[in-house]
Write a protein that binds this ligand. Structure first.
Ligand code: HXC
Length: 261
């Protein structure tokens, strides 16, 4: 499990957490989520760490979502547990007394967009793609997407993205307010590291005080009841004909055929 997450300590209090499953476009399975959780808990209490850069391995993807093959066989209670585990990782990223930056190159889909949204901000390379395609699999976002996307871009735009399941490019993601900044493809990670190092030169006590206060102002502390509601609604879709069809269709590399309500 631990080799699914690489930890690179860079100079000046910056660390890079790399999700290292490039053969599955860094899809989030239980092993990846447990590895991320353990590493984040360790970093949260590591006084030498100021800024955490979260990224994927390989050029194609940040994270192409939760692992659909693993979810395919889940029942409701497994799905609820899986969603709760992903939420615990997202809540750590959001609330830990370190700065968390999502560095997105390539696909950030479903759980990938949700994980990125839980970071303090997102820096993306020119060819990055975002989206919440869960409804095309017969389910809904389950790692906080229904909460944090609406907070980032407003309810109407969030509904458009969630209901349509469309992928959007980095430029549109900036326009919507989903991400902070687009950086050139060439030298992307070098530039992210520079920006992280600049933040790391400031007082961590001051930066983390600002983070917790700004989270309070944004009512991040109020996400908990919404988290439970999302977990409940996400898992309630498991075992339905549409969830089965959506996920089998992905494995069979064909378009899903859904029933009505
Ligand atoms: C499992 C995945 C995966 C995923 C890609 N792979 N995404 N496996 N779960 N989410 C695997 C593919 O099956 C394939 O394995 C390999 O990675 C390379 O992917 P390809 O599809 O061959 O690449 P490409 O044609 O370039 O297409 C890239 C892609 C596509 C557009 C990103 O892979 C895709 O649509 N992936 C699924 C995206 C998605 O729907 N994400 C949301 C998941 S639901 P093989 O073995 O064939 O080489 C979700 C819910 C979150 O995230 C909440 C949970 C609680």
């Amino acid at each position: 499990m631990s080799d699914l997450i690489q930890l690179n300590r860079l100079e000046s209090g910056v660390v890079e957490l790399v999700i290292d499953r490039p053969e599955a476009l860094n899809a989030l399975n239980v092993g990846v989520l447990l590895g991320l959780k353990a590493k984040l808990e360790q970093l949260a209490s590591d006084a030498s760490v100021r800024v955490i850069i979260l990224r994927g391995s390989g050029e194609k993807a940040f994270v192409a979502g939760a692992d659909i093959r693993e979810m395919q066989t889940m029942g409701r209670s497994d799905a609820a547990q899986f969603s709760r585990l992903g939420h615990s990782v997202c809540l750590l990223l959001e609330s830990m007394p370190k700065v968390t930056i999502a560095a997105v190159q390539g696909f950030a889909l479903g759980g990938g967009t949700e994980l990125a949204l839980a970071c303090d901000f997102i820096l993306a390379a020119e060819k990055a793609q975002f989206g919440l395609p869960e409804v095309g699999l017969g389910v809904i976002p389950g790692f906080g997407g229904t909460i944090r996307l609406a907070r980032a871009v407003g309810m109407a735009r969030a509904k458009e993205l969630v209901f349509g399941g469309d992928r959007i490019g980095a430029a549109e993601a900036v326009q919507l307010g989903l991400i902070r900044k687009v950086l050139p493809q060439d030298g992307f990670f070098d530039e992210v590291r520079k920006q992280a190092a600049r933040i790391a030169r400031n007082s961590l006590s001051a930066v983390s005080a600002a983070k917790s206060l700004m989270n309070e102002f944004e009512e991040t502390s109020g996400v908990h009841p919404k988290v439970d509601a999302e977990i409940q609604r996400f898992s309630s879709l498991f075992g339905t004909p549409d969830q089965k069809e959506g996920m089998v269709a992905f494995s069979e590399k064909r378009t899903a055929r859904f029933e009505g309500l």
